[in-house]
Design a protein around this ligand. Structure first.
Ligand code: SAM
Length: 327
């Protein structure tokens, strides 16, 4: 079992399959994003991902989410999904949805039933201005395809003031007829993403906007939930809010992250990484390294919870970008 010093059991691993992405979202992977010192680091092969996962599963991991970058741009993504399907875990994926139609049979065969799709606008023009790519219709069609095939679909919406905050009610209206679970995410600071506190729409502000038109009910949260969940009576879908900035949810955290270059992070905001890939390639046992990394986890936000470090005006609170860690 992977236990930290605050008695939190860690059984959920998020793996970044690649730090490459086919979209250029302004808040995540803008065109002018610095490549960073990680650009030339060796990447995990499919075989190495499988070997590292086997150690995590032996250590008690019960859920794995594939992410990135965009996990589905990796050429051997199908092979990786197939290989991971042999483990007794819940397998899930976070994707921008563009290539879902090419993977739907692979998901089914692998027993992957839960897909998070990022879609920050229901307006084609605005979607283009955020992502810099003309793929709105394809993503919408792919969300419909997933629903038609009975997948559990969550839609991630990063809210930014004066960009897409005017669409909150449109997203709620969208859940009326469609069984999609919209998750509004508070905009987080990462290198190069031009974050400022003024651009964040907080949990309370989101609820205030929704309550201007809808009556909604709060759902009970489970211990490890990052999202606070709500539903509007008679709507097919639901909504939730991920309030990393205004109300962090670290007390029940069970997550660990593995970057595409094989570094383990015990928190999205952790300053330190543990190089599992290098040790694996040297033939070392990586289990003690994983245990040690979990033990070293800070109580909150990777130790960035002091005011002078967290939420500073530049947003450069991390050496890696979001896509190089894995969102
Ligand atoms: N390419 C995949 C996708 O688009 O979902 C997976 C990777 S992406 C980094 C994972 C999630 O992180 C997406 O839902 C994205 O919107 C979110 N994200 C990226 N940058 C963010 C930021 N600065 N603040 C909040 N969420 C962010």
């Amino acid at each position: 079992m992977l236990l930290d010093n605050f008695n939190r059991v860690h059984d959920y691993l998020r793996i970044s399959l690649t730090d490459k992405c086919n979209l250029r979202c302004t808040y995540c992977n803008p065109n002018d994003l610095p490549k960073g010192i990680f650009a030339n680091a060796p990447r995990m092969t499919a075989d190495e991902i499988d070997q590292i996962v086997s150690v995590f599963v032996r250590s008690g991991v019960k859920k794995i989410r594939l992410t990135g970058g965009e996990p589905l741009v990796r050429k051997d993504a199908k092979e990786i999904i197939q290989r991971l399907s042999k483990y007794p875990i819940e397998l899930a994926i976070t994707t921008n949805g563009v290539y879902v139609d090419e993977f739907i049979e692979t998901f089914k065969e692998a027993g992957l039933r839960s897909v998070n799709v990022s879609l920050d606008s229901l307006n084609r023009g605005k979607y283009f201005s955020i992502t810099q790519r003309d793929v709105f219709d394809r993503v919408q069609n792919n969300i419909n395809l997933l629903l038609a095939n009975d997948f559990h679909v969550k839609v991630n919406v990063v809210l930014m003031k004066n960009i897409n905050d005017t669409e909150i009610l449109d997203f709620i209206n969208w859940t009326k007829e469609l069984p999609v679970h919209v998750r509004f995410i508070e905009f987080m600071p990462f290198i190069g993403n031009k974050w400022s506190s003024e651009k964040v729409i907080t949990h309370q502000q989101i609820l205030d906007i929704i309550s201007s038109k809808y009556h909604f009910i709060k759902l009970l949260n489970e211990k490890n939930d990052t999202a606070k969940k709500y539903f509007v009576p008679k709507h097919q879908g639901s909504f939730a809010i991920i309030s990393t900035m205004s109300d962090p949810f670290c007390s029940g955290c069970n997550r660990m992250r593995l970057t595409a270059d094989g570094k383990m992070y015990n928190c999205l905001f952790a300053k330190n990484e543990t190089d599992l890939l290098c040790s694996l390639r040297q033939g070392k046992d990586i289990e003690p390294l994983i245990q040690e990394c979990v033990k070293g986890k800070s109580l909150m936000l990777g130790g960035n919870n002091e005011e002078e470090n967290w939420g500073n005006q530049t947003g450069e609170s991390h050496e890696r970008t979001m896509i190089s860690i894995g969102g």
